[in-house]
Design a protein around this ligand. Structure first.
Ligand code: SF4
Length: 960
């Protein structure tokens, strides 16, 4: 196929006075390599093929002798300085670009202003033309110039002055003539250069410039454009084709893939290639500041700006890529968790460092370790020196000292070390600007540096060779003989360049600034550039991508129609069913079409015993490894506890269970154990027997569990006092009871050993109000329903043996009516209150919550209980949040309720108690036989949400 670059290189490649200008660095570098082959030369000057950005600096500089091109960093420094001058001016300099009401925090507009500076040349010339047109044909120009126009005009002159003062020039602002230095430039594919329009005027009039346009795009019957039903099929087809090419002897380095939305698709594509043993190079690059190793600098900034809040300190100290020299880094995080060092605060205008406060008065039982304290102080000082440095040079010095004192660079992975080194290079470059541009240096150099890292793309040096994976557009026009363009959809492969995008639509129209659709130019470049093969790139699209449904790009509608029309035909059908037996070499040049032999798909069909399937005729190394690993687990290997009880096969485990889960030689049964066991035996085993707990890795404020303990102790004390003084609950004294409760809550929070650290005291005093309010709600509910009842039993531990089991529980309260000795059992709930349906057996006879039946059973059957043999008429949950009782069991004739009652009468609750005892027996039997198998009927969703899923690994187990 016609390749304009190849022809140009044949004609101009050996001439000393010609330079080829490509839209991108990658295209320039690759064509320079190809040029040797095309021209037959052994060497060519590196400047023979250059990228557009380099050309702008080089050629334009000639027009402005003695000046240097302005860089992105300098534009940003200028914009920040402008925002600062605007802030300090008595009357703001700008009113539209930075609205007056935001003048004081105008720094946030600096990045945006710096990006529009290059386009001001185009804006000025268009505005001038529009004015001239209006002079000739309409009303006086600028009569309706608004605040935005005024601001832009100010920006042009102010920025121009800055450039002049520093002997700089803005390449995009240059106007004819372009100085002719005797070099002929061939600008290749200007349609694919985003800012070409800004330079079009100066280039059009220069005799030394020749523009080589993109050939018109007209896909024909030779254009390969495949439509897939989904993205996975598209990726698989691409990988299979590449595998086929490689098997035909095509080197991987001669193959490229271009992908729009590479951040989403890239990982799936790389996995597909790696599963088939195809080496790949990901050439998308990442922002330095987003690279795991490059995040170090931003994390330092976050620590200081967040005043060493726990979350920021933890993110920095536990970052696995940062090689801390001292173990104190981890110890400090542990200390912060134990002492709840959530965040620092301001007190009477003074900043209080929570870590220092915690060191002064460590929590109860905490040994204040002076080594952690001293390390923290040094650490804080080092970080502050970097983040608060007044100059880039000072920040660099502070970083070098920090690195010496706190990091062990020898433990850094070389790739990560290269990233950190590249970040430091950026800091060096900023420091080098300092003398020359002192007047516009930012007030916070470290923050500027971190922001710069967030904008700078880093592409690691190529260490391994393989199929190159590029973001869409970057490798357009490169000479890869084999190029695959994925996801050629309207949604993702459209390229539209906007002129003067910072203006509103009406102004853009007035200034004749249009949207330019460059989509076709890119398709054309991909189509025409591959060398030798004569086929052009392979385009494909999937109707359902990773981010939703997609439409084939309009440029390929004809091909897409044909492809869709053939969907029911052989090739498509075979491709989707995977029934192909091998590559179809219908392409003469070797590019296979559908179907292709896929060992993975063949294996899957064979395993599922699909009709006509057979064992794959070849296997990938990954499949062979998997098969070997699978066969290694023969029938003689240990069975999983998830499927088979341990029974007598684990004497040590039996001993441990007996020590921890038995009382007087009998399995201990509690409502909590039954609840966990009823869901999944394995879960109970992991949590209660192996005592695996979810680790707390955050410095939390008091959580719901802690709060529940507080509620319980304050409620018990309040009702004990009521019983002591009044002998019974007297509704008329409710206000007084509430006052007692408030005082008790305050003391209970202050005494609580659960909350530690400097933040706990002020927070707990606030929480005590919440506790007091919760108790007040229960007092009101008692005043309504239990006036005159005696709060007889409070926070009572109950345990007794029954039918070979040891039952245990803590009953919150039992109130008795003295007139007829009727009883009500109450269980307080500060969090979720179980629904009534969970407390009665479901259709399968099982219970969801065991507390009410268990507590009733304990109270009525414990021989030591004062209510042994009695009948408790009511069992209620004390709902502290809703300030009411949720009656699960209640006899209306004992405690009448207003309205329709949803509670179960005591006599009707017997089957729940029976279900509870049955569950207790099953539990005891399972514990005795060490049966911790996963219930067969357990829903997959329970496992997906289970805290133990990564330990139990049921979800991840491979099953045939
Ligand atoms: S993941 Fe599933 S089987 Fe494993 S412990 Fe949790 S609930 Fe039980």
């Amino acid at each position: 196929m016609h390749n304009p670059v190849e022809e140009l290189l044949k004609a101009e490649g050996t001439k000393d006075d010609s330079v080829l200008v490509f839209p991108s660095d990658i295209a320039a570098a690759l064509w320079l390599e190809e040029a040797l082959d095309i021209t037959g030369k052994t060497t060519l000057p590196a400047g023979k093929c250059i990228a557009w950005d380099r050309f702008k600096e080089k050629a334009m500089q000639k027009t402005v002798a003695g000046k240097s091109p302005v860089s992105g960093v300098l534009r940003k420094l200028y914009a920040l300085d402008l925002a600062a001058r605007n802030r300090k001016a008595a009357e703001p300099l700008l009113s539209s670009l930075i609205p007056k009401q935001h003048a004081q925090d105008g720094d946030v507009f600096a990045a945006w202003i710096s990006r529009l500076l290059p386009q001001l040349g185009l804006w000025q010339s268009r505005a001038q033309k529009a004015a001239e047109f209006r002079i000739a044909h309409g009303p006086a120009p600028l009569a309706n110039a608004d605040a935005e126009d005024t601001d832009l005009a100010f920006l042009v002159s102010d920025y121009g002055r800055f450039l002049d003062d520093h002997s700089l020039f803005e390449p995009a602002w240059q106007r004819p003539p372009l100085a002719d230095e005797g070099i002929r430039y061939f600008i290749l594919f200007p349609e694919a250069i985003e800012d070409f329009d800004e330079y079009a005027a100066i280039l059009a009039s220069a005799p030394c410039i020749t523009q080589v346009p993109v050939p018109p795009f007209a896909p024909d019957e030779n254009t390969i454009f495949d439509v897939f039903s989904n993205a996975r099929d598209e990726l698989r087809s691409c990988a299979l084709r590449i595998e086929h090419l490689v098997s035909q002897g095509v080197p991987c380095e001669r193959i490229a893939i271009s992908v729009p939305e590479i951040a989403t698709i890239g990982p799936y594509l790389l996995r597909e290639l790696s599963l088939r043993g195809i080496p790949a190079e990901y050439r998308a690059g990442t922002k330095l500041g987003e690279h795991p190793a490059g995040r170090l600098f931003g994390l330092i900034s976050a620590c200081v700006s967040g005043n060493f809040a726990f979350s920021a300190v933890k993110a920095l100290l536990l970052n696995r890529l940062i090689p801390w020299k001292h173990r104190e880094a981890e110890y400090l995080v542990d200390f912060g968790i134990r002492n709840h060092c959530v965040t620092s605060w301001n007190e009477n205008g003074t900043a209080v460092d929570i870590w220092e406060e915690a060191f002064k008065a460590p929590a109860k039982g905490e040994q204040g370790d002076p080594r952690i304290r001293d390390w923290y102080r040094k650490f804080r000082k080092a970080l502050s020196a970097m983040a608060n440095a007044r100059s880039f040079a000072a920040a660099r010095t502070a970083y070098i000292l920090f690195r010496q004192d706190f990091l062990d660079p020898s433990r850094l992975d070389p790739a990560d070390d290269a990233v950190v080194a590249r970040c430091v290079e950026e800091l060096n470059a900023l420091a080098a600007l300092e003398d020359e541009y002192r007047a516009v240096m930012p007030p916070s150099p470290w923050a500027f540096f971190v922001e710069k890292l967030g904008e700078t793309t880093y592409v690691p040096q190529r260490i391994a060779r393989g199929v190159s994976v590029f973001p869409y557009r970057v490798a357009a026009g490169t000479p890869y003989p084999w190029h695959f363009v994925l996801d050629a959809s309207m949604e993702h492969a459209s390229v539209v360049y906007r002129q003067l995008p910072f203006l509103g639509e009406d102004k853009r129209e007035r200034l004749r600034a249009w949207d330019i659709d460059a989509s076709g130019s890119f398709f054309s470049l991909y189509r025409c550039s591959p060398r030798n093969t004569g086929e052009g790139a392979v385009f494909s699209v999937s109707e359902r991508g990773f981010s939703g449904y997609c439409t084939p790009h309009s440029y390929f509608m004809h091909q897409a129609g044909q492809e869709k029309a053939s969907e029911s035909g052989e090739s498509r059908k075979d491709a989707e069913s995977g029934e192909g037996s091998g590559a179809d070499d219908s392409s003469e040049a070797g590019m296979p079409r559908f179907p292709l032999d896929d060992p993975y798909r063949a294996e899957r069909l064979w395993l599922s015993r699909a009709e006509g399937s057979s064992f794959p005729n070849r296997l990938y190394p990954a499949q062979k490894d998997g098969f070997r690993a699978w066969t290694a687990f023969g029938p003689d290997t240990e069975p999983s506890y998830l499927e088979t009880p341990y029974s007598g096969s684990a004497p040590l485990l039996a001993e441990a269970i007996e020590a921890w889960q038995y009382t007087n030689g009998l399995p201990r049964v509690t409502a909590t154990a039954l609840g966990a066991f009823a869901l999944c035996n394995a879960k109970w085993f992991l949590a209660s027997v192996l005592r695996i707990q979810k680790e707390t890795s955050d410095a939390e404020l008091p959580n719901e569990r802690n709060l529940g303990l507080l509620y319980h102790s304050a409620l018990s004390e309040t009702y004990a006092r009521i019983r002591e003084r009044d002998g019974r609950f007297v509704a008329a004294n409710a206000a007084e009871y509430k006052a007692w409760a408030a005082g008790i809550a305050e003391n209970a929070t202050a005494d609580s050993a659960e909350f530690r650290g400097p933040l706990a005291a002020p927070l707990l005093s606030a929480l005590s109000k919440r506790v007091a309010d919760g108790i007040a709600g229960i007092i009101d509910a008692d005043a309504q329903l239990l006036d005159g009842w005696i709060p007889e039993l409070l926070e009572k531990k109950v345990s007794f043996e029954h039918e070979g089991m040891s039952f245990y529980g803590v009953i919150d309260r039992i109130s008795r009516r003295p007139s007829d000795n009727e009883l009500v059992l109450i269980d307080y709930k500060s969090g979720r209150v179980p629904a009534k349906k969970d407390c009665i057996p479901g259709e399968d006879g099982s219970l969801g919550d065991f507390q009410i039946p268990m507590y009733l059973f304990l109270a009525e059957h414990d021989p030591k209980s004062p209510y042994a043999g009695a009948r408790i008429a009511g069992a209620w949950f004390g709902n502290l949040k809703a300030a009411k009782y949720d009656m699960i069991v209640n006899d209306p004739e004992t405690v009448p309720v207003e309205g329709r009652s949803t509670s179960v009468p005591r006599a009707g609750f017997a089957h729940a108690e029976e279900a509870c005892i049955d569950a207790a027996k099953a539990f005891a039997e399972a514990v005795r036989s060490l049966d911790f198998t996963r219930p067969e009927a357990l829903a997959w969703s329970e496992c997906a949400n289970c805290d133990f899923r990564k330990i139990c690994r049921y979800l991840y187990a491979v099953r045939p």
